[in-house]
Design a protein around this ligand. Structure first.
Ligand code: SF4
Length: 721
């Protein structure tokens, strides 16, 4: 039962002509699905409505080919033929009593129109965002009239598609109204340029047009970036951000407040605390009588109640918390706070959009797989037999596998060699800013602890003899991986340093807090976050750090999680000496000193860095000795009562935490579904059946429609682990 302290969260809110059922509002968020995967999208959004979100919105939805953002998969509402695909979503959302919102988008100079090849338009001549060699042209009055007409027509189509809320989008520096608003992009001298009133004219007109078109049926929402975090040269909350809200305060039915650009709005936990935007949201709330929604990565109902009671916002906006736990509202309503799967703020979800594939989530392995694999975040098929399972290794993969098998009802024993569970996360969550990553462990452990059919054995290192003697029907080996310390990796196909040297710090030891007096050279050939985070930690400890990478940026892959700029800025602030586009050419030891020659990857020009310690972060080896030992003894399995042995997660192929959690979940879903699985890790593909093909939902127009492939087998995924 719901705690009465949270009743406030379940009050309805009037938004123009429509009323929410509660204050839980899934704000628009990209997902790598869009118009390409309409079934996938509809199922994902529908599950959020089922999970209790009172409002479920789309991602950005293009209103015209003059504003398309290919190859990214966003929504499309170019004409009537796009309505059926979007209707899939509104039907799925309405089926659970939630309101459906649509974020209409005209990208302006924020897209090069790579697909349509139409010349983008902007308030003034301007190179498009990014690095495409394309310039947007100055919008004529006729162009502006066209944009207004397209937006109005899209609003009418949105209404006909069943949407209850229609957005006018001026957020994140992406929507054209924002480009007109900001002096940085608007150099016009007509009635759309110059004064703030003139620069806000397009935004005002779009709001008025939308209200006139659909305001009797739909709430009209404005999403506005009230600060570009660019100082006086841009929109700031202290000046024009505040003034434009004051100017338009009562015009929309709801204000959705954010800051620009997206990387500022959706900062990771490493760089921002929950609720870091509260001061911006509160300011808007103080300037309007209309309801206000904002985001803050809130996962605690106490924090949600606080922001509403203190008058910061009226609706709890969420993108990431709704991705990590689509059933977050329902769990609060049912008093199941322990079951909430809290977002860790890692932004792996953003990578799906960046790579133009369906969204994925570290905490929620079902995200993006709701339709393709028919995975539900809360439901899973019951066990099909009385078979017992032994899982070896309590890292992210082993924990998720154990949790999901336990949920299915199997008798599971989870065996961990260390006294603490969590595997790699025991150490990675201790790195600067990564404490929330521990939630991956905590959530699973709290669930497992409630399961009478699961036992956890800690401090229990096992050999192949032990495993076979245990006589479980199925054995899953999830023993993780170890970082190499000899330099082998992407750039060097041969070891280039004696990893046994006392001057080499092993990454696994660094993760456990190994000290050095420095100077220290960290070589990053991994490119995700570890080397950068270790550089930060050592620098904070006062060590002189040289960070060397063959990439052109620090922690290059963190661009995909929208952190790269912040990672590099932080290392610069901490005085880390950064050597990008540099390769290790040679290492010579003289006494206690290491003379490291680094070479420019373009010119080959060399320079010398003298240090006392070297920390190579290059690649990991699977820690699969137990699995390999079991494979060599497969002839003994039958006598031991063992039917199958699997290797998964980092022990099969090291990857992200998200990949390990996904592997654990997938293995649990596939277990006992097609009977005896093959021994090798990711090879049991025989069960992949019925690869359906659907063209663009209900229309079948190639330039709009995508192909969706669905893997179903008895309603579950049955491909390998
Ligand atoms: Fe949160 Fe990370 Fe999941 Fe995104 S991927 S929703 S940031 S846990």
């Amino acid at each position: 039962m719901r705690d009465p302290r949270y009743d406030l969260l379940f009050e309805p809110v009037q938004i123009g002509p429509v009323r929410t059922k509660n204050r839980f509002f899934q704000v628009p968020h990209c997902n790598g699905m869009g118009h390409v995967y309409p079934q996938t999208l509809a199922r994902m959004r529908g599950i959020k409505a089922e999970g209790g979100w009172g409002v479920v919105c789309t991602e950005e939805v293009e209103i015209s080919p003059l504003s398309e953002i290919a190859p990214h998969h966003e929504g499309r509402l170019w004409d009537e033929r796009d309505i059926p695909a979007l209707r899939l979503m509104t039907d799925a959302v309405h089926a659970h009593g939630a309101l459906a919102g649509i974020e209409l988008m005209f990208n302006g100079y924020a897209t090069p129109n790579r697909y349509s090849r139409d010349i983008p338009i902007a308030p003034s001549h301007l190179p498009v965002r990014g690095s495409d060699p394309i310039q947007a042209r100055t919008a004529t009055k006729r162009d502006i009239a066209d944009v207004r007409r397209w937006h109005r027509n899209a609003a009418l189509r949105a209404r006909d598609a069943g949407f209850d809320l229609v957005y006018v989008y001026a957020g994140h520096d992406l929507g054209m109204p924002m480009h007109f608003l900001s002096r940085r992009t608007n150099r016009r001298s007509d009635e759309y340029g110059g004064s703030l009133e003139n620069r806000a004219r397009l935004l005002r007109e779009l709001i008025e047009d939308t209200k006139e078109a659909v305001g009797d049926r739909c709430g009209v929402v404005v999403r506005l970036a009230v600060d570009q975090l660019l100082g006086a040269g841009g929109i700031t909350a202290e000046s024009e951000g505040r003034d434009v809200i004051a100017m338009l305060a009562e015009l929309p039915d709801l204000w959705d407040v954010n800051i620009a650009d997206w990387s500022n709005d959706s900062q990771t936990a490493r760089f921002s605390a929950e609720g870091f935007q509260e001061r911006y949201i509160a300011q808007v709330k103080s300037l309007t009588t209309k309801p206000v929604v904002g985001v803050g990565r809130y996962t605690s109902p106490d924090a949600m109640v606080r922001v509403i009671k203190s008058g910061i916002m009226d609706l709890i906006g969420a993108a990431r918390p709704s991705i990590a736990d689509p059933f977050l509202p329902r769990k609060i309503e049912e008093g199941r706070l322990d079951d909430i799967r809290e977002c860790i703020g890692c932004n792996i979800c953003v990578t799906g959009d960046n790579f133009c594939v369906p969204i994925r989530c570290t905490q929620n392995p079902t995200m993006g797989e709701e339709w393709r694999r028919d995975w539900h975040p809360e439901r899973i098929a019951a066990k099909r037999s009385e078979r017992s399972v032994l899982v070896v290794g309590a890292g992210p993969a082993g924990l998720e596998l154990t949790r999901a098998l336990g949920q299915r009802g199997y008798e599971v024993t989870l065996c961990e060699a260390e006294n603490d569970v969590g595997g790699r996360l025991r150490f990675e969550s201790k790195l600067p800013g990564l404490a929330t990553w521990q939630r991956v462990v905590d959530h699973r452990l709290s669930q497992i602890t409630k399961m009478p059919n699961v036992q956890v054995l800690r401090g229990h290192a096992v050999s192949a003899d032990d495993v076979l003697a245990f006589a479980a029907s199925a054995i899953f080996v999830a023993t993780g991986s170890r970082w190499r310390h000899d330099g082998l990796g992407r750039s060097h196909r041969e070891p280039w340093i004696d990893g046994a040297s006392a001057q080499v710090i092993r990454p696994d030891d660094a993760l456990r807090g190994a000290k050095t007096a420095g100077p220290l050279l960290i070589y990053d050939d991994d490119h995700y976050l570890l080397a950068g985070a270790l550089a930060e930690r050592y620098a904070r400890d006062g060590v002189v750090v040289h960070y060397v990478t063959p990439a052109t940026k620090v922690s290059e892959w963190t661009e995909q999680t929208m952190e790269q700029t912040r990672v590099q800025s932080r290392l610069i602030e901490l005085g880390v000496q950064i050597h990008t586009a540099r390769e290790i050419a040679s290492v010579d030891r003289t006494g206690d000193a290491l003379r490291v020659e680094i070479a420019c990857i373009y010119s080959g020009r060399r320079e010398v860095v003298s240090v006392r310690s070297l920390l190579p972060v290059t690649m990991r080896d699977p820690d699969d000795a137990l699995y390999q030992a079991l494979v060599t003894r497969s002839a003994e399995w039958a006598d031991a009562g063992v039917q199958e042995v699997h290797c998964l997660g980092d022990a099969l192929a090291p990857g992200t935490v998200a990949a390990a959690v996904y592997a654990g979940h997938k293995a649990a879903r596939g277990f006992d579904v097609i009977g005896h699985q093959r021994v090798e890790g990711d090879v049991a593909r025989a069960g992949v059946i019925d690869v359906g093909r659907e063209r663009g939902g209900a229309r079948g127009r190639p330039q709009h429609a995508g192909d969706e492939a669905r893997f179903v087998g008895c309603g579950k995924a049955v491909s390998g682990f």
